[in-house]
Design a protein around this ligand. Structure first.
Ligand code: NDP
Length: 452
């Protein structure tokens, strides 16, 4: 085993060191999960539901602690980190309703009775990214457990602390040994073993599109199931008939929350030409008001970037000559980057086409609905997007025409635990959350019983 140092991105101080699993430890965890599956898959659905409810209660009792860990490890503002911990509780509570609602069908056939069952797959490997460590993990593990699978969760190397705490809470809640394990380690070691170990029947991956493609290719060797939640370059489309004040006031929240380290960040702001200048006039004070700073301050809206290397990568996208205006950022230690609004010269510039994963918004004008849709869809990504208009017909037309998994009208809300979430095109494969979340962790089995 090796160890890794966990850094607080707001102070650059080492918080703790964490053991990283090697190949042997990964195999041992997968085999433990496989043994545990024999019991977990056959446990009465009501008992599985009760254990998940107890897990949710344990998370609820630990909300403040989980939030403090995330503030220290990921630099998330305390108010946001509390919501993220509450999201884990809600996702678990919602999943606790699933074991008893995995309804099969009785299909009318000749000569007998035909029934379908939704059966669990086995061991599920969940690979999480560092940007929202708690929700990303829970969206994978909660429905997987509800459907009767066992889970090994690999948190991102940079952010293992809340995942480790969730593992402790699962044990406290009484989940049987081996049903839910947390295994910090390197992606190419632990995550890659999920891909190659035959006992792992599904991999849930959240991360970059490049690594996601390699995971999918690796899983193809065993026809292994995958859910992929990948990158995005989501649009925020503002039509001239929109409530411009509201659209401009909300735009910073669409792109700068979590300092832009959000796969759903509305980082391409498209504004109808007739209101372009007016929108920028309204946007500038809203960006300057956006509070980047001490994550422990209750009024802070976004914290630092995750690392010095990531800050350097973000800065590499920004041509100083194209910057229209920026917001504030603290001085001193911490991986700070100010909210930045850029006016690219056209839609082929990198700042407009590539996922930056930082607080950088590129604003471009468009002439009409057709051009807005063309600019929006002219990308390999298709995760999320927002449409601002007062015209209901246009709201529906544009929402249907945009190639993305999650659209919001006059809002930037992308996810709720009760509605499906995921990407189209190269932003992902499969859906998480929502009423069908557990079905993604099952195989449908058809049984015919002859009666004649
Ligand atoms: P990476 O793809 O580098 O890493 C994501 C996870 O995969 C980490 O746990 C990482 O481990 C692991 N990993 C890395 N290499 C391998 C490998 N060869 N085999 C198996 N696992 C591996 O992404 P980032 O950490 O940079 O995360 C940012 C990306 O995630 C962005 O592109 C963003 O858009 C995307 N994302 C998508 C979301 C969605 O729902 N669509 C949500 C959040 C983020 P390690 O930590 O050791 O590197």
């Amino acid at each position: 085993m090796t160890t890794t140092q966990v850094i607080n991105p707001a102070t650059e101080q080492v918080i703790t060191t964490v053991e990283m699993a090697d190949l042997a430890a990964t195999d041992a965890a997968i085999e433990r999960a496989h043994r545990a599956w024999a019991g977990w898959r056959t446990i009465a659905p009501g008992d599985r539901a009760r254990l998940l409810r107890r897990f949710a209660e344990a998370v609820d009792a630990d909300l403040d602690h989980l939030a403090e860990l995330e503030v220290a490890n990921a630099g998330h503002p305390i108010t946001v980190a509390r919501l993220e911990a509450a999201n884990v509780r809600d996702v678990l509570q919602y999943a606790a309703g699933m074991p008893e609602r995995l309804l099969g069908q009785q299909i009318p056939v000749d000569g007998g009775i035909d029934i379908t069952f939704h059966e669990p797959l086995g061991v599920v490997g969940v690979i999480a990214a560092w940007n929202f460590p708690m929700p990303i993990a829970a969206w994978g593990f909660a429905p997987a457990l509800a459907a009767g699978n066992t889970v090994v969760l690999k948190p991102a190397e940079l952010t293992p602390l809340t995942a480790l705490r969730l593992g402790e809470l699962a044990r406290q809640a009484g989940l049987p040994e081996g049903v839910f394990q947390v295994l910090p380690g390197e992606g190419p070691v632990v995550g890659q073993r999920f891909v190659t170990h035959p006992a792992v029947r599904k991999v849930v991956f959240t991360g970059s599109t490049g690594v996601g493609k390699r995971i999918m290719a690796g899983c193809a060797e065993q026809v292994k199931r995958v859910t992929l939640e990948l990158g995005g370059k989501s649009p925020n489309i503002v039509f001239a008939d929109a409530d411009l004040e509201r659209a401009a006031a909300a735009a910073p929240y669409g792109v700068f929350m979590n300092s832009g380290q959000d796969c759903c960040a509305r980082s391409r702001i498209l504004v109808q030409r007739s209101v372009f200048d007016r929108f920028l006039e309204l946007l500038e004070p809203a960006v300057r008001r956006f509070r980047v700073g001490d994550p422990l301050d209750e009024t802070t809206e976004a914290g630092p970037l995750i690392s010095a290397a990531h800050r350097e990568r973000v800065a590499g996208f920004v041509d100083p000559a194209a910057v229209a205006f920026t917001g504030e950022r603290p001085d001193g230690p911490g991986f700070w980057y100010p909210p930045t609004v850029v006016l690219p010269s056209g839609p082929t510039e990198r700042v407009f086409t590539e996922e930056i994963f930082g607080p950088v918004a590129a604003v471009l004008p468009f002439d009409d609905e057709a051009e807005a849709i063309h600019l929006t869809n002219d990308t390999e990504f298709g995760l999320a997007g927002s449409v601002w208009t007062r015209d209901l017909g246009r709201a529906l037309r544009v929402s249907r025409a945009v190639e993305a998994g999650n659209l919001s009208v006059n809002s930037h809300l992308s996810t709720r635990y009760s509605t499906p979430f995921g990407g189209s095109k190269q932003s992902g494969l499969g859906r998480e959350l929502g009423p069908d979340a557990a079905l993604a962790f099952t195989e449908t089995k058809n049984v015919f019983i002859a009666t004649d």
